[in-house]
Design a protein. Structure first.
Length: 346
């Protein structure tokens, strides 16, 4: 896989890349509008690879444009950046399904695999356990027994939303009554299902993957999220909260860093994580690009937290572009690899 991708330098088998992004609305937030700006910025980089790019917002008229291009025999691929359909993240799979129905090649995962991994974390966890891949225990308001029979603490998180959405220091507790009330409160306030996941108080890692369905993926360097011990020993849990991930002016953000060479002297652990990431890719029939998040327990045993398909591709802070840069790959190099692994490509 790695060899086949690296053999094609600055060459894509397409004349045009259509950058498909969220549709803007008058009430769209800055975060939602960022998706449109990102499509333009990534498109500008892709043009350096020698192809034309066009930006389209996901809507019925844009799908009609793609159908006409397909009928005419235009040589193009869709770079799918759609995160919300009609401002609803839970409708994101509709974008992939529409592209599959038209029969065009597009980057990233299929609707089926998005549903299996991102849109239903319970289904993802059950699939991992069925394949012998470890993942932390979890509980819901309809499945409360683990909260009383297994040791805590537990972290309340969304089964749908990503980006550490609404994860805070007070999202962790050992009190079942508090956890259940928090799940109820978050479901009422934000929608979707929320659950409590057993919090593992060990090291945290992630691995970015790029590849084609059914083939071993190209693996980016193992990244470790490092928490400042002094800051996180003052009654704070070492975890990536929403503020710690996104609030660049906040104290939590400044107390967290990511390193890409921490396992140089721990090759056995590095190999274990890489083997688990590859097994995830193959077991879940992934395609395009993905990120596997890990957390270890106090004994150093790693568990799979999440499989993130079509993860965030911010140019300056992406968990895909950053480890790639540490391996000497530019943003253009990574985008080329992703396009070469387009879903449905002939």
């Amino acid at each position: 896989m790695e060899k086949s991708l690296r053999n094609q330098t600055n060459h894509l088998p397409y004349d045009e890349v259509v950058m498909l992004h969220d549709h803007p609305y008058p009430e769209s937030t800055d975060d939602e509008l960022f998706n449109i700006a990102l499509a333009k910025d990534l498109g500008a980089i892709i043009r350096t690879l020698g192809v034309e790019t066009t930006c389209l917002a996901f809507c019925d008229s844009s799908l009609d444009i793609l159908r006409r291009k397909k009928t005419k025999g235009d040589n193009f691929v869709v770079f799918n950046l759609v995160e919300n359909v009609e401002r609803k993240p839970e409708w994101q799979p509709r974008a992939m399904q529409a592209l599959e129905d038209i029969g065009v090649a597009f980057t990233g995962t299929s609707a089926e695999q998005l549903l299996a991994c991102d849109a239903d974390k319970f289904r993802m966890k059950e699939s991992l356990l069925a394949r012998g891949l470890p993942t932390p225990l979890w509980a819901t308001r309809n499945h409360i027994k683990p909260l009383y029979t297994e040791s805590g603490p537990w972290l309340v998180k969304s089964a749908l939303y990503h980006g550490s959405f609404n994860i805070r220091q007070d999202s962790i507790s050992e009190d079942p009554a508090y956890l259940l009330s928090l799940m109820q409160r978050y479901e009422d306030a934000h929608g979707g299902l929320w659950f409590a996941e057993q919090f593992l108080d060990g090291r945290e890692f992630y691995i970015g993957l790029i590849g084609r369905k059914g083939e071993k993926p190209y693996q980016l360097p193992v990244a470790e999220v490092v928490y400042d011990q002094e800051f996180f020993s003052q009654g704070r849990y070492a975890l990536l909260t929403e503020d710690g991930k996104w609030d660049e002016d906040g104290s939590e953000f400044r107390a967290i860093r990511t390193t890409f060479d921490s396992l140089r002297q721990e090759r056995e652990l590095e190999q274990i994580l890489q083997d688990m990431a590859e097994r995830c890719w193959l077991a879940m029939d992934l395609n395009g690009y993905a990120r596997i998040d890990f957390r270890a327990d106090r004994d150093g045993r790693p568990y799979i937290l999440e499989i993130n398909t079509n993860p965030y591709l911010g140019i300056n802070d992406s968990y895909i572009f950053q480890p790639a840069a540490s391996a000497g790959l530019s943003v253009a190099d990574v985008l080329e690899k992703i396009i070469l692994c387009a879903h449905g490509a002939k």
